[in-house]
Design a protein around this ligand. Structure first.
Ligand code: 5AD
Ligand code: SF4
Length: 465
C-alpha cells in the first residue's frame, strides 16, 4: 500500500511525520509523494491557531470531493482536540489519531483496510491538571525509540527531548493537545543522537515546547538541560547542536555558560516574549515581567556576544491597548532580534483565554498591529543581517535555493547554481556553488544582506559532516 503523508504545523509535527514514515516503511508500507496515486492519505494536523485548523478543514473538504475511495487518517493536534466529533462532517475519515497514539498507526491502517475505523486520542486534560501523565510516561518513548536514523534529511535531524507543556499560557491549546510535560531519559536521548550522528546527521535540533525546562530525575540524580547539552555536545559527529523553543524564566546562567564553553552548540536562541507589556504578560499567564525578560536578553548578550535571538509575539490579545502594543515594538528594538514570528490572537476552544476573556480587539486592529510589528522587526533584522557584511561564515548547505523557484545560475561557472545554506545563528544564506555541496559544511564570505537573507561568496570547505 502507498501512503501519502501531508504535514502541517511545527517542527514537532515534522518530526512525528518522519518517525511515522520510518515506522510505516518498517511495517512494509510504501511512502509516496504522489497524492493522486496514494492508497492511504494521512494528514498530520496543527491546532495552535484557528487558521491552522481551517487549512485542515479545507484539505478534508477537497478529499471529500474525490470519487475514489481510499483510507484517510487525521493525525496530530486537531485529531486530539476534536476526536470523534470530526466524523460528523467528514464521515469518510477512517483514522483519528492524537499525537500520543501515533506508535500504533500501522495497526490502525491495517484495521482501516478491513473497514474498521479507529479513534485513538489521549483522555482529555482539564486546566492545570496532568490527568494522563502516567500513561504518557510509559508510551513517551515508543515512537521515538524505534527510530530509523537514515529516514529523513541527510545532514540534519530533530530529536524530541520532552513532550507536552505544563505552563498553561491562557491563549494556548498545546497543554491540552500535547498533554503534560514529560522529559525523556537522558540515556534514550543520548543513544538516539549518537545513532543519528553516526548516520551522518551532524546537525541535531533538540525539540520541546519549553525545551530548556528539561529536567530528568531518577533516584538521587537530577539532570538539568545544561547537563544534557554538555553530554550531547560531546558525541563525536555532532557538529551543530540546536534547541527550540525556550521559555524565558527557565533560561538559567548554567545554560548560557554551557553554550559559551562548547562551540558546537549553535549561537541561536528562540525564546518568545509574546508581549512587551506587563499587563498583557500577566493576562497571558506568562510567568515573567518585562523587566525580567529584558534582563534575560542582557545576560544572553553578556555571555554570548555573537548570539542570535529570535522571538514570537501575539498581537491583539484580549484587552491589548495601543500602549501595550508599543511596548512590544520597543521590546523588539531593545532585544535586537534576528527575526520574530508575529501572530494575530485567535481564541482556542477550551483555553482559559477563550473561556474568560473577550476577544475584543477588532480584526482590522490586529491586522494593523501585526503589520506594524513586522515593519519594526524588518528594520531591526536589516541592521542585524547587514552587520555580517564582510565576515566569513560557516554554512550547512541545504541544497539549491528554493527562493529562486528553480535552480538559477548567475555565475560564470556552468556547474554552479544558487545554493542555500544556514549559519550556526540560523541565517539563511545564498551563494553560487555546485549542487554537490548539498549536505556539506562550507565557508562563505558575506557580500550583502536583506532583512531575511545573507548573500555570500563560496570560499571553500565542503567536507561531509
Ligand atoms: N493565537 C495566536 N497565536 C498563538 N500562538 C499560540 N497560541 C496562539 C493563539 N491562540 C503563537 C505563540 C506561540 C506560537 C507557536 O504560536 O506566539 O509561541
Ligand atoms: Fe503554549 Fe505557553 Fe506551553 Fe508555549 S509555554 S506551549 S505558549 S502553554
Amino acid at each position: 500500500m502507498n501512503v501519502y503523508i501531508e504535514t502541517l504545523g511545527c517542527q514537532m509535527n515534522r518530526l512525528d511525520s518522519e518517525l511515522i514514515t520510518g515506522q510505516l516503511l518498517a511495517a512494509g508500507y510504501e511512502i509516496t509523494d504522489d497524492l493522486e496515486a496514494a492508497d492511504v492519505f494521512l494528514i498530520n494536523t496543527c491546532s495552535v491557531r484557528a487558521q491552522a485548523e481551517n487549512k485542515v478543514y479545507s484539505r478534508l473538504g477537497r478529499e471529500a470531493a474525490i470519487k475514489r475511495r481510499r483510507i484517510v487518517g487525521v493525525l496530530g493536534c486537531l485529531a486530539q482536540r476534536r476526536g470523534a466529533s470530526l466524523l460528523k462532517r467528514y464521515p469518510f475519515v477512517d483514522i483519528i489519531c492524537g499525537p500520543g497514539q501515533l506508535h500504533a498507526l500501522g495497526e490502525m491502517i491495517r484495521h482501516a483496510a478491513k473497514g474498521e475505523r479507529t479513534v485513538a486520542c489521549d483522555p482529555d486534560r482539564r486546566d492545570g491538571r496532568a490527568v494522563f501523565a502516567s500513561e504518557g510516561n510509559s508510551s513517551i518513548d515508543s515512537l521515538d525509540h524505534d527510530r530509523n536514523a537514515s529516514v529523513g534529511s541527510p545532514a540534519q535531524a530533530y530529536v524530541r527531548i520532552m513532550r507536552g507543556c505544563d505552563k498553561f499560557c491562557t491563549y494556548c491549546i498545546v497543554p491540552f493537545v500535547r498533554g503534560p510535560e514529560i522529559s525523556r531519559s537522558p540515556e534514550a536521548i543520548y543513544q538516539e543522537v549518537k545513532q543519528l550522528a553516526d548516520a551522518g546527521r551532524g546537525e541535531i535540533t533538540l525539540l520541546g515546547q519549553t525545551v530548556n525546562s528539561y529536567r530528568y530525575s531518577a533516584g538521587d540524580t537530577s539532570i538539568r538541560f545544561s547537563d544534557l547539552l554538555e553530554r550531547l555536545a560531546a558525541i563525536g559527529g555532532v557538529r551543530r547542536l540546536r534547541f527550540v523553543t525556550s521559555y524565558p524564566t527557565d533560561f538559567g546562567g548554567d545554560i548560557l555558560q554551557t553554550m559559551r564553553d562548547l562551540p558546537n552548540i549553535c549561537r541561536y536562541i528562540h525564546c518568545p516574549p509574546q508581549s512587551g507589556s506587563d499587563r498583557i504578560l500577566k493576562a497571558m499567564n506568562r510567568k515573567y515581567t518585562r523587566a525580567q525578560y529584558d534582563s534575560f536578553i542582557d545576560r544572553a548578550y553578556d555571555y554570548l556576544p555573537d548570539v542570535t535571538i529570535a522571538g514570537d509575539f501575539i498581537v491583539g490579545f484580549p484587552g491589548e491597548r495601543e500602549s501595550d502594543h508599543q511596548a512590544s515594538a520597543d521590546l523588539i528594538r531593545r532585544s535586537r532580534f534576528k527575526n520574530s514570528f508575529i501572530f494575530k490572537y485567535s481564541a482556542r476552544p477550551g483555553t482559559v483565554g477563550a473561556k474568560t476573556l473577550k476577544d475584543d480587539v477588532p480584526f482590522e486592529v490586529k491586522r494593523e498591529r501585526n503589520r506594524e510589528l513586522l515593519a519594526v522587526q524588518a528594520e531591526v533584522s536589516l541592521e542585524h543581517f547587514r552587520s555580517f557584511t564582510g565576515r566569513q561564515v560557516e554554512l550547512l548547505v541545504e541544497g539549491p535555493s528554493p527562493l529562486a523557484g528553480k535552480p538559477i545560475n548567475v555565475s560564470d561557472d556552468p556547474n554552479c547554481v544558487q545554493m542555500l545554506g544556514r549559519t550556526s545563528g540560523d541565517h539563511i544564506t545564498v551563494f553560487q556553488g555546485p549542487e554537490s555541496l548539498a549536505g556539506q559544511y562550507v565557508n562563505a564570505r558575506v557580500t550583502g544582506a536583506t532583512a531575511f537573507t545573507l548573500f555570500a561568496e563560496f570560499c571553500g570547505g565542503g567536507e561531509r559532516s
